[in-house]
Design a protein around this ligand. Structure first.
Ligand SMILES: *Cc1c(COP(=O)(O)O)cnc(C)c1O
Length: 385
């Protein structure tokens, strides 16, 4: 299984090989897309390969799930139809009505909507904390707190939370620490090694890496919680299909080389923006003046591909920068090889308007891709002029 890779091999080797064992029937080097729902049994209850029905398990999804567990250094990986489906499964596994969750003041808008508009109706309470400040996290705890939720770097303001420090707070209070590792990917950051209990991914982003699939994942540090999550995954049914599993598995093989280039390009874009007269503030953890820079340097291998900035002239000026971009495609989402630009206030984060998570109206978010960096810099220069 994945364990043979976890301790002995380098990350790049794990990304390519974990879960990708040659198909026993044909020797096919890449796992086939097992586009099947059910499996012939040799006698009642006697299964050939352990598979009986594809909601419960499917060989292509198993390949991805083993790969994910190995990449994050966890005991169990589970693949879902979307990042939000993974979040829903996690919350319904860990929480009952009356429980409490601490959520960050800067988070993916859909995550906040799930807490505020879906789970609150089921009697789950939440408090909003600045997770980059341990005192704020401690102050938000109640005797019913079951989860501390952290997103680092955060979306869209690139806030940095010290994972090891919040893990200590979680352990002392009996809550589980969940880290949304979507922005960093396991190549840049390993939350389980820093003390997190569960890692969450939107596979739609850097893991898939090519803007061609929607998917989500959970990786549990311990086998018992992994088993409970797997029970709920099957019980609720929001699984990743065979083709989606296969295409994410394919994307992951190039994750390390993509993340290296995303990080190099984003650092150059951030540096250019800090010097631009029409930019008032740049959010990138790689910049020495970023408040989380030192923690990011400690817990991340590099600073990733996401950059946000505020534009002089307010909301209208920010919207115009988005509209004028040509190499950067105007669109939601992130983490693909192609560069994307968006206005969080009107696009990805419209659902947090009026809440404590509202984002500045003059903010522009970039997902810096792996194109020629000269073309990216030139495009932003013309869009800003
Ligand atoms: C996109 C995203 C999600 C939600 O994932 P979906 O695949 O869109 O459901 C969660 N967290 C972060 C940080 C994201 O960027």
């Amino acid at each position: 299984m994945s364990d043979q890779y976890t301790n002995e091999r380098g990350f790049e080797t794990i990304a390519i090989h974990a879960g990708n064992t040659a198909d026993p029937l044909t020797g096919s080097v890449v796992p086939p897309i097992y586009q099947v729902s059910t499996y012939k049994q040799d006698a009642v209850g006697r299964l050939r390969g352990g598979y009986e029905y594809s909601r419960s398990a499917n060989p292509t999804r198993t390949a991805l799930e083993e790969n994910l567990a190995a990449l994050e250094g966890g005991r169990r990986g589970l693949a879902f139809a979307s990042g939000l489906a993974a979040e829903d499964c996690l919350l319904r596994t860990l929480l009952v009505p009356g429980d409490h969750i601490v959520i960050p003041n800067d988070a993916y808008g859909g995550t906040f909507r799930l807490f505020a508009k879906v789970f609150q109706r089921w009697g789950v309470e939440y408090s909003i904390a600045d997770t980059s400040n341990p005192a704020s996290v401690r102050a938000a705890l109640t005797h019913r707190t079951k989860i501390i939720w952290v997103e680092t770097p955060s979306n869209p303001l690139l806030g940095i939370t010290d994972i090891a420090q919040v893990a200590d707070i979680a352990r002392a209070s009996g809550a589980k620490l969940v880290v949304d590792n979507t922005f960093a990917s396991p190549y840049l950051q390993q939350p389980l090694a820093l003390g997190a209990d569960v890692v969450l991914h939107s596979l739609t982003k850097y893991m898939g890496g090519h803007s061609d699939v929607v998917g989500g994942a959970l990786v549990a540090a311990d086998a018992e919680l992994g088993e409970e999550l797997a029970f709920h995954q099957n019980g609720m049914g929001a699984i990743a299909g065979p083709f989606d599993s296969w295409i994410v598995l394919r994307g992951i093989k190039t994750l390390p080389v993509r993340m290296d280039r995303h990080s190099v390009n984003a650092a150059l874009v951030a540096e250019m923006l800090t010097m631009h007269p029409n930019v008032t503030r740049v959010f990138y953890p790689g910049l020495p003046e970023h408040p989380g820079h030192e923690i990011a340097a400690k817990q991340m291998k590099d600073f990733g591909g996401m950059v946000s900035f505020q534009v002089a002239g307010g909301e209208q000026a920010a919207v115009e920068v988005c509209n004028r971009a040509q190499v950067f495609t105007l669109g939601e989402s992130l983490g693909g090889v192609e560069s994307l630009i968006e206005h969080p206030g009107r696009m990805t984060h419209a659902s947090v308007a009026g809440s404590a998570l509202e984002v500045p109206s003059d903010l522009v978010r970039l997902s810096v891709g792996i194109e020629s960096v000269e073309d990216l810099l030139g495009d932003l220069q013309q869009a800003l002029s």
